[in-house]
Design a binder for this molecule. Sequence first.
Ligand code: 8YV
Length: 327
Amino acid sequence: MKPKVIVYQNTYEQVLEMLREKYEVIYFESVNSANQAEFYFHLKDAQALLGAGMKIDKELLDQAHHLKVVSNISVGYDNLNIPELTKRKIMATNTPGVLNDTVADAIFGLMLAAARRVSELDQFVKNGEWKGQLKEDSFGVDVHHKTLGIIGMGGIGSAIAKRAHNGFEMKILYHNRSPKREAEDLYNAEYRTLEELLKESDFVCNMAPLTSQTEKLIGEREFGLMKKSAIFVNGSRGAVVDEHALYNTLQEQRILAAGLDVYKQEPINPDNPLLKLPNVVTLPHIGSATLETRIKMGLLAANSLIEGLNGSRPATLINDKVMETVE
Ligand code: 8YV
């Protein structure tokens, strides 16, 4: 009898085929109220979970009596209760690295769109409002040669710094738990405290992972330190930002604009006042969602799942300590 694996989000045939060679694959394009009972029926004897975003906590794990691996198709793993997984000798894996350039591209897309008012002006043209001489002489601000502050200089942050340095000749500041010598050497990145970064940057890009320490890291006080001409981009997790504070700051024009790919609640409520502001450009959490990269992420996640079920150490293991306890 093949071990049972649950895939709980839509992924690609290449990924499913890779798993079906070895396992009984129970595939849900998404888990919702209509199929949740079926999901929990299979969870009882599933040995692995593959997907992204599902909250894997004590309550769920109490229903999963044979689980050995939880494999995220994402680099972020704030949906996983790592201490609970480790205590239960369940390996947790993610997909770092393969998405760095794709997410960095998306971040620059948001920076440029916010700086040059692309979303607003796109609608202006499409709504037939361009009827003659433009009423304004300029639309937005330059990105090149400005100062970019990156909060969270991990793999994606470094890819953003590469683009900023090589492509836009920007000055790069960063705030991180530990120094990043490689970024300092390659991109002349300079370490700053969070306060210093917020005060000095023309563009502030949040790429900090969501943890208990970073929840609402950027709130009223932090936005109050930023320049009135500054642009804020969030590409990591919505909960790292106090969205009410962001709205107030934008609405009162205490910063110039924002570009958002992530939100505290996803999908974001269409009535959220942030969506009514002309100086906010939004994406639906698609930072890594290009065809090429999502396939790479799915295959990497599947490979880590296979390594874990084979009893070896997955290349992208998050909770190393689990290897000390797995028989
Ligand atoms: C999203 C992400 O999962 O990897 C992460 O942590 O947040 C992203 O990969 C993806 O962009 C959703 O489409």
